[in-house]
Write a protein that binds this ligand. Structure first.
Ligand code: EPU
Length: 418
């Protein structure tokens, strides 16, 4: 299993290009199932989760190619199966995103229930409830969600909580439903908006994405389209936290600053100087960060996907921060590992109290999930001596060439096989 070897204490400087967003690419790839024509996506990052989604699309019978310029072309003309098997779904929960498109286009879908997850329970009851409201018959059979509907019918759906992939699944299903669907309490994440843009380019009629009320006028069929996936705001935020912890002067390119407001506000409070243009950001940090408390919330609040990285910044900050996780009940797995590096953190339920220390010291640590591993990398960049981060396949699920990008900024980081 690959590890990352990081020697902390190097200031970061230079320019880094942000990749396309994993959490936008995954639903848009699933949306390609809604049409028999080719959908061509630029900016799809090369990641393990994307590979899993491409494998799933191929399993269903779609033709999937990466073209010379890196764009992905999906042509779902001949879909021979409507089943997303357990072997794939258990490696990536986002596989549930094929449920809405398969059901809407083929009248039938069998998608394995994702089951447990390191960061919390993460049920899919809202996806199911919404599809049932649209007239689908849904049973759980042998661990699979089995959904059937002649044609989905537009309706008004109020989700019990804000769910990102739930909103996306229902939006995709509604695109081919008969009549109008209204999703209330919809997720406002920029990735939902990017999916709506892609669907509209395919001929869908989706209005209001980016707000908590999305209206979809169903159409008979969708057609092929070209789309460029939005930049990854979590990757960008992870680089910003790296600079906040290790110090430096870094410019991010190909980034969409207005998707990062909550992270930027908190990093400014921590003492970072940030300038931004339309598609770039420059972050400078020349001092020890100040402790800043955060509470995770759906967009535009502070992203749960940034919580571990921000905790790593607070671990070396001046003062004490309170970090409250409100989205996932078990997303503090990185705390025990950060403690191995010398961080002073107590957990009380959904809250972590982080007392900043003047220095962390390198140690062997283990990644437990995607963003937890990113948090460990951020901490390792500032820790004295060598940190070995094990199980970085978690990191590879969501970050494209992270060690290369950080090394280009001056970090002493390398991948080592074991
Ligand atoms: N929830 C339910 N029932 C549902 C759906 C959600 O109870 O049917 C609960 C969840 O258990 C959770 C909350 O609602 O407590 C929010 O979950 P949400 O459905 O929004 O999460 P998700 O759609 O499964 C996406 C991202 C996650 C990100 C969350 C929150 C994708 C592919 N995944 O997950 O990204 O943390 O939204 O913003 O978009 C990551 O990239 O590392 C990652 C985990």
């Amino acid at each position: 299993m690959d590890k990352l070897r990081i020697e902390g204490g190097r200031r970061l400087a230079g320019e880094v290009a942000v990749s396309g967003a994993k959490n936008a690419a995954l639903p848009i790839l699933a949306a390609a199932l809604l049409t028999r024509e080719a959908v061509r996506l630029a900016g799809v990052p090369r990641l393990r989760d994307v590979d899993t989604m491409l494998r799933l699309l191929r399993t269903l019978g779609a033709r999937v190619e990466r073209e010379a310029d890196g764009a992905i072309r999906v042509e779902a003309a001949a879909v021979g199966s409507v089943e997303a098997p357990y072997e794939l779904v258990r490696t990536m929960r986002a596989s549930i995103l094929v449920l809405g498109p398969l059901l809407a286009r083929f009248g039938e879908a069998r998608v394995s229930l994702p089951g447990g997850c390191a960061i919390g329970q993460r049920p899919v009851d809202q996806h199911i409830k919404g599809l049932q409201a649209m007239g689908a018959e849904i049973d759980i059979e042998h661990g699979y969600v089995v959904a059937r509907a002649e044609r989905l019918l537009g309706t008004r759906i109020v989700t019990d909580m804000v769910t990102v992939t739930g909103t996306e699944n229902l939006m995709m299903a509604a695109a081919l439903a008969s009549g109008q669907t209204v999703i209330e309490n919809a997720a406002r994440e920029p990735e939902v908006l990017d999916l709506a843009d892609a669907l509209n380019a395919m001929g869908a009629r989706v209005y209001g994405a980016g707000t908590d009320r999305i209206v979809i006028d169903g159409v008979e069929s969708l057609h092929g389209a070209d789309h460029v996936v939005m930049p990854d705001r979590i990757e960008a935020g992870t680089f910003l936290c790296s600079v906040a912890a290790a110090g430096g002067d870094v410019t991010l390119t190909g980034v969409r600053p207005n998707t990062l407001d909550a992270t930027v506000d908190k990093l400014r409070e921590a003492g970072m100087r940030i300038e931004a243009g339309a598609d770039w950001m420059r972050a400078r940090m020349d001092r020890r960060p100040s402790a800043v408390s955060v509470r995770t919330a759906p967009f535009p609040g502070f992203a749960t996907d940034m919580q571990a990285q921000f905790m790593a910044v607070n671990a070396v900050a001046e003062g004490t921060a309170v970090i409250t996780e409100t989205i996932f009940e078990n997303r503090f797995m990185h705390v025990l590992e950060l403690q191995r590096l010398g961080a002073d953190i107590d957990i009380d339920g959904h809250t972590a109290i982080v007392r900043g220390v003047t220095s962390l010291s390198g140690a062997a640590v283990m990644a437990t999930d995607l963003r937890a591993s990113a948090g460990l990398v951020v901490a390792a960049l500032v820790a004295e001596g060598v940190t070995l981060v094990d199980r970085i396949y978690h990191l590879d699920r969501g970050y494209e060439r992270m060690e290369h990008k950080l090394a280009a900024l001056g970090a002493a980081i390398e991948r080592i096989g074991s």
